[in-house]
Design a protein. Structure first.
Ligand SMILES: CC/C=C\C/C=C\CCC/C=C/CC(=O)SCCNC(=O)CCNC(=O)[C@H](O)C(C)(C)COP(=O)(O)OP(=O)(O)OC[C@H]1O[C@@H](n2cnc3c(N)ncnc32)[C@H](O)[C@@H]1OP(=O)(O)O
Length: 292
């Protein structure tokens, strides 16, 4: 169902599924390539590595979200895969979060389509039957952080330039309740109150101390650590682990599922306000200015 919706979304946004290519890597492994998401089976049996490849900053465009959901769905349906490592192909950036241009200067129909895609991506990641380990090899604000928080385990590169957190208030935005729930479930209520209101972005040592990530390791060991953690998780039989995960996460996901249409309407109303549009434009302009 989500796959069909995703395909329709891709068609609407002009992305041709026929451009997906399959090739053999050096180790003979099959390697699926989309435009923006690369899926590589790994040396660890049953484990794939998804690399975000939406340069320059892996922002979560509609096309990216659609490809990502389709990739995860394919892996879930392929019984040879039990676990996935999520990482980035863009140096120094895991994901810059939601694509600000998708939320700026567009019409309500576009905002509705975009927000549904963000919701569907989160539900797919948060409730995945697969073991998901985030190998966070770069900065990951807002929506990028949400993806990592929705995985089962997080390994972050020990680079003081990398920051992680939900910084929505710094953009003049209110964090959606399900982003907030995901953070609260990870770092607790009090730490979330402070982090969310101040829009804090944490360097690795602080992210580890807060429990926002599970491990901080040297940058060149992020993926190998994620793969060895995966081995530990895969030692548990899938059905008991999946039932346990579902038991823990279901209430949080159901909260959004129950209010999905209202959440879309709230998003449209909020993002369409002149004041919010101005804030986003100023924020984008500031990103440009900092280069000069
Ligand atoms: C009542 C309320 C009800 C409902 C609430 C509803 C909705 C509100 C909530 C919406 C939720 C939003 C969550 C989000 O994810 S918002 C996005 C947050 N992301 C950020 O703040 C990151 C911004 N980017 C950066 O800080 C830096 O770019 C970064 C550190 C990632 C990388 O820095 P670097 O110096 O390497 O690159 P830049 O030169 O800055 O960027 C390169 C180009 O990429 C563009 N860019 C960057 N980030 C984004 C983005 N998120 N979306 C789109 N484009 C982005 C940047 O402008 C540069 O473009 P050019 O100048 O080259 O054209």
């Amino acid at each position: 169902m989500a796959l069909a919706a995703g395909r329709a979304m891709l068609m609407r946004s002009g992305v041709r599924l026929g451009t997906q290519a399959a090739a053999r890597g050096g180790n003979g492994a099959r390697r699926f390539m989309n435009h923006r998401v690369v899926v590589e089976p790994n040396t660890v049996p049953g484990v794939a590595v998804i690399k975000f490849k939406n340069p320059p900053v892996n922002s979560l465009t509609l096309e990216f979200l659609t490809e990502f959901v389709i990739c995860l769905e394919k892996l879930e349906n392929d019984k040879t895969f039990r676990g996935v490592v999520l990482t980035s192909d863009c140096p120094g950036i895991f994901s810059a979060g939601l694509d600000l241009r998708e939320m700026c200067g567009k019409n309500p129909a576009h905002y509705a389509e975009y927000w549904r895609a963000v919701q569907e991506m989160w539900l797919k990641v948060y409730l995945s039957n697969l073991v998901l380990v985030a190998a966070i090899n770069g900065t990951s604000p807002a929506g990028g952080c949400l993806i990592a928080l929705s995985c089962d385990y997080r390994v972050l590169a020990d680079n003081p330039r990398y920051r992680m957190g939900l910084n929505e208030t710094l953009l003049g935005l209110v964090v959606p309740f399900w982003f907030k729930d995901t953070l609260v479930n990870t770092i607790g209520h009090r730490a979330s109150e402070r982090a969310l209101q101040l829009g804090l972005l944490f360097p690795p040592a602080e992210a580890l101390q807060l429990g926002m990530v599970d491990q901080v390791v040297p940058e060149d060991q992020v993926q190998s650590t994620a793969l060895s953690v995966m081995t530990q998780w895969l030692a548990i039989p899938d059905h008991v682990r999946q039932l346990t995960k579902n038991m823990i996460r279901k209430a949080t996901a159901d909260h959004l599922i129950k209010h999905q249409e209202a959440d879309i309407q709230n998003f449209i109303n909020f993002i369409s306000r002149d004041s919010i549009q101005k804030s986003l434009q100023v924020y984008l302009e500031n990103l440009k200015q900092k280069k000069h």
